[in-house]
Design a protein around this ligand. Structure first.
Ligand code: GLA
Length: 513
């Protein structure tokens, strides 16, 4: 019974002049109605490095409504929720579709299931019991380390074309391990991905173990020997990437580089790492957005000082107009958006969100609308062709996020489309921007040879006729030849136009000379 329900019933019974004994029973029942205002603490999740992350949950209940601050080493965030008797549900702002935490007050403890921070291997929320937090148990804020004064980091001469490779996160999440990475490296070679230009094999979050007595970061049990793994990946003609955060913990709650920047950069270099994705995550609870630049500069400098060529990938979800200062911190690419999902709407949202930063893309420094979802199964092949086309037209990094070891022929034909890859890798390094006309969106990317790549995306759920007019293209002179990059055929402009049918959510992609 809710508190409101109690009050209403009480009033009804009083006006009805119900028997005193019934009134007393009702009042007793209502008095017992719990209020979930308070602070609780306890384990949130068991990490793959054997450590447990604690959580501090501070809740305020007003009627049936709940507001809460949820704090772990990885994040601190405000959530909202509802209470029904002793049962509560809390939802995180970044994913309102499902509760982040579901629980019950049992005695003075909270029994909670963390559905929004689910176990990366089982996909299920871990269940934990939180006890009322004493003052001593309130989360210690890490000591503040002031970021350095702004002083530009030199260009590392890397990523003259958008980086290409593979990243473990989109499909494998926390289950990527040494065997998976070796298998992917093998498959990069046998599938032809390496020869098509995919070079970096990037391990994302959850590889981290604990620090030794000297503060050196060690991988967890999933990666027994990072140096040996790098050697193996290098032996295949590929390069190895790794992941960390400028905060005390990564987004997955693992130890990160706060206060260990130089030491970690040296460690990565000693392992033979070639690429670092550096993810803002918990740095957001220590620094403000106007400190992004010096905070990223600190790691950029540390990488520079290792003298090893390491691609520096900034992951800050587009915060702080990163495209304006990314190169000054040594960044070779930077995220312009939140995390991509294997869904049409998410993919289109990400590519649209990075349009304003288009003028800032160029050799050595690229806008990154997040990794590819091609082949992960939740979009149609036409949608995946659009995904690949738009990333190529946008000169975006091409980091496959699927299981390269078992790709369908359709997936292979998309990821290995050399004509589309050539558009992405065009040395001019221009990023296309769209013009919308009803349900068709036309993206035009000028190319080094004086020609253009054109993508006409059908936003509609039904096939539609698309027309490309030569007069709309920034060409010197008339069209001397055009090629359909998905059909792999020459096409003819008649009276300055080319028309064809484009499938629902599909893309017509032409290279026009
Ligand atoms: C953030 C990043 C993702 C991924 C995860 C790992 O959400 O944006 O790309 O790296 O962290 O925890």
């Amino acid at each position: 019974m809710t508190i409101e329900g109690c009050r209403a019933r009480r009033a009804l019974r009083l006006t009805a002049g119900a028997a005193l004994v019934l009134l007393a029973m009702t009042l007793t029942a209502c008095k017992k109605e719990p209020n979930l205002t308070g602070k609780w603490t306890g384990p949130e999740k068991l990490l793959l490095n054997g450590e447990t992350n604690n959580v501090l949950l501070q809740m305020t209940q007003t009627g049936n409504a709940l507001t809460a601050q949820v704090q772990t080493p990885a994040f601190k965030t405000e959530m909202k929720g509802t209470v029904s008797g002793s049962h509560f549900e809390l939802t995180a702002p970044w994913y309102p579709e499902q509760p982040f935490a579901v629980g019950d007050l049992v005695g003075s403890d909270l029994h909670v299931r963390w559905d929004g921070d689910n176990d990366l291997n089982t996909g299920k929320g871990q269940e934990t019991v939180l006890h009322p937090a004493t003052a001593a148990e309130v989360f210690p804020e890490p000591a503040y380390i002031a970021p350095p004064a702004i002083k530009p980091v030199g260009y590392n001469e890397l990523a003259k074309k958008p980086p290409m490779g593979w990243n473990s996160w989109n499909l494998f999440g926390g289950s990527a391990d040494d065997a998976v990475v070796r298998g992917i490296a093998d498959a990069m070679v046998t599938s032809g991905m390496r020869d098509a230009g995919y070079t970096y094999v990037n391990i994302d979050d959850t590889w981290e173990g604990t620090r030794d007595a000297q503060g050196n970061i060690r991988p967890n049990r999933k990666f027994p020997d990072m140096k040996a793994l790098a050697k193996y990946v290098h032996s295949k003609g590929l390069k190895l990437g790794i992941y960390s955060s400028p905060g005390p913990s990564t987004c997955g709650g693992y130890p990160a580089s706060y206060g260990y920047e130089e030491q970690d950069a040296k460690t990565y270099a000693s392992w033979g790492i070639d690429y670092l994705k550096y993810d803002w995550c918990s740095a957001g609870s220590i620094y403000k957005n106007d400190q992004l630049q010096p905070v990223y500069q600190k790691m950029g400098r540390a990488l520079e000082e290792t003298k090893r060529p390491i691609v520096f990938s900034l992951c800050e979800y587009g915060l702080g107009d990163v495209w304006k200062w990314g190169p000054a911190v040594g960044g070779n690419l930077w995220r312009t958006t939140g995390d991509i999902l294997d869904e049409w709407d998410s993919m289109m949202k990400n590519i649209h969100e990075q349009v304003p930063s288009a003028p800032y893309a160029g050799p050595g420094h690229w806008n990154d609308p997040d990794m590819l979802e091609i082949g992960n199964g939740r979009m149609t092949n036409d949608e995946y062709r659009t995904h690949m086309s738009l990333w190529a037209l946008s000169a975006a990094p091409l980091l496959a996020g699927n299981d390269i070891r078992k790709m369908s022929d359709a997936t292979k034909s998309i990821l290995l489309n050399k004509e589309v890859i050539a558009v992405d890798q065009d040395p001019l390094g221009k990023q296309a921007t769209p013009v919308k006309n009803d349900n068709l969106e036309t993206w035009i990317k000028p190319l080094k040879d004086g020609g253009v790549a054109v993508g006409v995306v059908n936003l509609d759920n039904a096939p539609v006729t698309a027309t490309v007019k030569a007069s709309d293209l920034p060409l010197k002179g008339s069209v001397s030849g055009a090629r359909d990059l998905w059909a792999h055929t020459q096409v003819k402009f008649v009276k300055g136009e080319y028309s064809t049918t484009v499938a629902a959510h599909g893309t017509l992609m032409l290279r026009v000379r």
